[in-house]
Each structure stands twice: as C-alpha cells, then as structure tokens.
Design a protein around this ligand. Structure first.
Ligand SMILES: Cc1ncc(COP(=O)(O)O)c(C=O)c1O
Length: 368
C-alpha cells in the first residue's frame, strides 16, 4: 500500500456531508458573490485569529499584496522577506512595485533571523514580512521590537499557519496585519483558491475591502483604481465547514509530529523539526533536513511513500528576480534548498502509516 504525500480525494470524501450541506445552502440561496457566507466567514475567522477584522480575497498572494497596498507600500520602498519561503511572499512585494530584500533564516527553525533583519534595514525599508514557515510561528517578539524601533509595518505571511500560536496568541494577531491563503492543501483549505487579510486596523481593513471590489465602497461608486479579488460565497461556505474542525485537525497534526519525532530520534544525518516551548507549531508540513536528501526521496518513493521539496530553489535564485533585487548571498537558505524534504502530513495519517514512514526513513538513511 502506498502512502500518498497528501490524499486530497480521501480528505474531501471524509468531509462530504458538511461540504454538501455548504453547497446546498449557497445554491439554494442563489447569492454567489459577496453575500452572507463571506460575511459570516470573515467574522468567524477574525474571531478565531483573535483579531478585529477579516477581508476575504481571491488567494493568498493577493491577500499579501493588497495588505501592503492598503498600508501604502509601493515604488521606492523596500520590504524585508525571508530567503527560505514560497515565492509568493516575494511576488506580493514586487506586485506593489516595492523591492523584496531577502534576509537569511535561522538554521534551527528555518524562520526569518532577527539578526539579519537589523543589518538589512535602510532608509527605504517600509515593512518586514515574517513568514510562519511550515506552520511554525516566526520569532515575533524580536521582529516586532526591531519594527517598533524603526517605525516599520509588520505583515505576517500566515499562509501556512492557520491556528498556530506564539506566546499564546494566534497567527493573524502577531503583527499589524496578516495574509492567509486557503489554497486547498492548507490546514484551512478551500475547494479552490481563496485568501484573507486579518488585522486590528480598521482603516487598513476598509481600504483592502474597497480595493478587492473594483475600488468601490458602494455600487457604481469607485473612489480608487481597484481590482477584482474576492472570496467566493461557495468557498466561504466550505471554509466555514472546515474552520469548525481546524483545532482538532491541528491537534492531530501536532500529535503526528510528536510521534514522527519519537520514531525518528537519533537517525544519523537527519535533522527533525524542533518543538519550541513558546510556539504552537501547526505542522502544515513536516520537513526534515538531510545532506542525503535525493537518496532519501528516492528510497521513500521506491517504498511507495510520497514526499515533496519545499522549496528547491529560493526566490533570489529564480530567473524572475534575477534583475529585480539586490544580489544577495543567503547561505542558510541556499543550503536548505538542497537538503529539506517534506514527509506525508495530514490529520488522517494513521499510527501504522507514521511508523511505516519513520522506519523507511531509518532504513534508507542507514543504507547510505
Ligand atoms: C508562504 C506562502 N505565502 C503565500 C502563499 C500564496 O498563497 P496562494 O497560493 O493562495 O496565492 C503560499 C501558498 O501557496 C505560501 O505557502
């Protein structure tokens, strides 16, 4: 029996009654754009995050870009971003005409290194975008302290961290604003694209709300040049069904991570994700690090176990950014690109499957 990296069809099958009920509600009502499901989801998700406002948008990249735009970040500004992240963090900065300035990550947590931030600040720096990578909150205390000292906007990229906590507070309430993605594979995923901005700042939320809907606050009244980036009613209805389960799902992910760690303790040349006391990691991904990454991936594949690499080439080494950012060297990020491997992680993973994955990892690495 194979163990898929993420068996999406099985996950949806298991939720079918709730998803069918959500569809039925929307189809019966016949309101498909900006209606009661989006409004209800926005209220429920803001409350869940411990923030005052939530604005549903088309996807996570738009959430980040619209939040930056709503804050007035644009051409001539620099935004500090981690080197080791999905390219969307950098694209959001480029989207508003600002310059992404890559900073290296900490080798233990793979999150933005506060020591690197201080060194990267210039008179043009307008914002810092920490990414809670793989579901693990970035070191927000240090990041917020630097931001406060220099008067910078802090935008959390919380695309992978729905429900994660840092010193008791949830992702989405740890900076000035946050961007979430509801891409289907996320801990809180839709059945298509979706995203949201979460913030306590009423002005920023109002500007984002207007921008996402053609720059309009009232029908056929357009105060600014906006865009069309809205969370659909149907996706909002699906997300409401999944939000009810999010805490249970995250608790199971954390239990799976503990079990993986127990089973893979002491394997030579294998670095496991650390459980930090101040944070509640929600394991969107369970990522191990080994210099024998290619052999491990091939060995697991031969044993019917699916893996993925997040991410094999950092944004500053992508052609897209070759001429657009300062030439930087980010040694930890560059090493991670060749050594990280994501193992199967989803709430329905059984104890038997966890043991099979762990013993396959042990076996493959012992034979190299
Ligand atoms: C860290 C990070 N930022 C931003 C995004 C962008 O989200 P989306 O795919 O919904 O545009 C993603 C996910 O894809 C992500 O993992």
């Amino acid at each position: 029996m194979t163990i898929e990296f993420l068996p999406m069809a099985a996950l949806l099958r298991e939720m079918r009654p709730e998803l069918d009920a959500a569809y039925d509600r929307v189809a019966t009502r016949g309101r498909l754009i900006l209606g009661p499901e989006v409004e209800a989801f926005e209220a429920e998700f803001a409350a869940y995050c411990g923030a005052r406002h939530c604005v549903g948008v088309g996807n996570g990249l738009d959430a980040l870009a619209i939040a930056l735009r709503a804050q007035g970040v644009g051409p001539g500004d620099e935004v500090i971003v981690p080197g080791h992240t999905f390219i969307a963090s950098w694209l959001a900065v480029a989207e508003v005409g600002a310059l992404p300035v890559g900073v290296d990550v900490e080798p233990a947590s793979f999150n933005l290194d506060p020591a690197g931030i201080a060194a990267a600040i210039t008179p043009r720096t307008a914002a810092i975008m920490p990414v809670h990578l793989y579901g693990n909150p970035a070191p927000m205390e240090a990041i917020n302290a630097i931001a406060a000292r220099h008067g910078l906007f802090v935008l959390e990229d919380a695309a992978q961290a729905h429900g994660a906590r840092y010193r008791g507070r949830r992702a989405g309430s740890l900076g000035h604003a946050a961007g979430f993605s509801f891409y289907p594979t996320k801990n809180l995923g839709a059945l298509g694209d979706g995203g949201a901005i979460v913030t306590d700042d009423a002005g920023l939320a109002a500007r984002a709300r207007r921008y996402r809907n053609y720059g309009s606050s009232g029908k056929y009244e357009h105060e600014i040049v906006g865009a069309n980036s809205r969370l659909d009613e149907l996706q909002a209805a699906f997300l409401r069904a999944r939000l009810v389960r999010l805490d249970d799902d995250n608790a199971r992910r954390r239990a799976i991570a503990t079990s993986y760690r127990d089973h893979m303790q002491g394997i030579d040349a294998l670095q496991l994700p650390k459980a930090e006391p101040a944070t509640e990691h929600v394991y969107h991904l369970f990522v191990v690090r080994t210099p024998r990454r290619e052999a491990l991936a091939a060995g697991l594949e031969a044993r019917g176990i699916g893996t993925m690499v997040h991410y094999p080439r950092p944004p500053h080494r992508q052609r897209a950014f070759a001429d657009r950012t300062p030439r930087v060297s980010l040694p930890v990020t560059e090493a991670l690109a060749g050594e990280v491997l994501s193992l199967p992680m989803w709430p329905g993973l059984t104890d038997g499957q966890i043991e099979r994955v762990a013993s396959a990892v042990r076996e493959v690495l012992a034979s190299h």
